[in-house]
Design a protein around this ligand. Structure first.
Ligand code: CDV
Length: 366
């Protein structure tokens, strides 16, 4: 089944824009505990081939894409380590399991966001990298900052755990935007003598991109840090369970698995559409979904959102599925220069708490 193309959502075609690019989200269906890694990689390669046939220049995969969402299980030793990719010389393109993805992206000259569990000696992170197939180089790495769930497993034996705090360190690379070389034609570069941040060069360099992972998408702070760097495109892979009462809480509204899933899909779209709008950027958001091991439901809902918050394309299944759209990054200028002209309208003297305080401090009692 093909993905849903939304008519209301505009991929933003301005007649003369040079910032159009075809992009793809490669949603993955369930990957079970006993699914061989090579089989999952084969499925990912198939989606990349399909994206190439549709002239996509960028493909985005889910969080921890090539393996089952293992943080739901209690694991140690080799049983845990087997889910991680050990980087050779700090270079993910040489990491044996995921190397075929970089090789194929190089062949297709396709950029790629790849999420994987990263092992660097003693440290473990929930990581994504941005590889440029245009220039054959890893341009940026991001390590998930907001790790949900618990360190200790839940007491109830059949509860669904989310042990990300146990298995990963919080990301230490911040939210650093980067430019994706040659992703659009005729972008301004240093060689031309042009300088960024001048009125007549804004939004004309190589596309400005940011990466987040799953739970990060619920935190406007992450998006705003990218927005403040002029991000035109935010990339997000996710594994979002829809039924885990210990983790997500429960009430009348979400008393059944069906209702809980509906709410999880609603909150997914709410975060993605609002934050894309409020930072005047496009976003490509990609799920690993369906029922892993036949009993752990993950939502689908992979989608491409434009800088007005409209859904441009959306997955229609909970299986391997490509979501494709041509987007026009030139469209971001309106939001960035009008309603969200940060330099004119933000009032940072009132935002101190955001960066100085973690938890809630309620006012004094009356
Ligand atoms: N992998 C995740 O980060 N999942 C979380 C949980 C809380 C469902 C999410 O925010 O989607």
């Amino acid at each position: 089944m093909g993905s849903i193309q939304h008519e209301g959502g505009s991929a933003g075609h301005t007649a003369d824009s040079k910032r159009k690019v075809i992009v793809a989200g490669a949603q993955l269906g369930p990957i079970n505990v006993d699914t061989p890694r090579s089989e999952a990689i084969q499925r990912m390669l198939q989606l990349m081939e399909d994206a190439h046939k549709q002239n996509a220049k960028l493909i985005v995969y889910p969080e921890i894409a090539p393996v089952t969402f293992f943080p739901r299980h209690i694991l140690e030793g080799d049983e845990l380590e087997k889910y991680f990719e050990l980087e050779v010389d700090g270079d993910p393109t040489k990491s044996p399991n995921i190397k075929p993805l970089f090789d194929k992206a190089r062949e297709y000259k396709m950029d790629m966001y790849l999420g994987y569990a990263e092992a660097t000696g003693d440290e473990h992170y929930n990581t994504s990298v941005y590889y440029s197939g245009q220039v054959d180089r890893v341009i940026a790495k991001y390590r998930k900052v907001h790790l949900p769930g618990t360190f200790e497993p839940y007491e109830r034996k059949d509860a669904t755990n989310q042990l990300e705090k146990r298995y990963f360190k919080p990301g230490n690379l911040g939210f650093e935007a980067f430019r994706a070389p040659q992703l659009v034609p005729e972008a301004l570069t240093k060689d031309s003598g042009a300088k960024p941040n001048e009125v007549d060069t804004l939004g004309q360099g190589d596309p400005i991109v940011g990466m987040i992972i799953c739970n990060d998408r619920r935190w406007p702070e992450a998006w705003r840090v990218y927005g403040l760097q002029g991000a035109e495109l935010v990339l997000c892979g996710y594994n979002t369970t829809s039924w885990a009462p210990e983790l997500l809480g429960t009430n009348e509204k979400i008393s059944t698995k069906e209702k809980a899933k509906k709410e999880a899909l609603f909150h997914n779209k709410l975060c993605l559409t609002y934050n894309s709008y409020a930072n005047a950027c496009f976003s490509i958001n990609v799920a690993k979904c369906g029922s892993e091991d036949g009993k752990y439901p993950l939502i689908g809902g992979s989608c491409i959102i434009d800088c007005d918050g409209d859904v441009v394309a959306e997955a229609s299944t909970e299986d391997d599925e490509l979501v494709v759209a041509e987007i026009d990054l030139g469209m971001c200028r309106r939001g960035k220069e009008k309603v969200f002209a940060f330099e004119k309208h933000r009032r940072i003297e009132h935002y101190g708490r955001i960066a100085q305080q973690t938890g809630v401090q309620e006012p004094e009692f009356l």
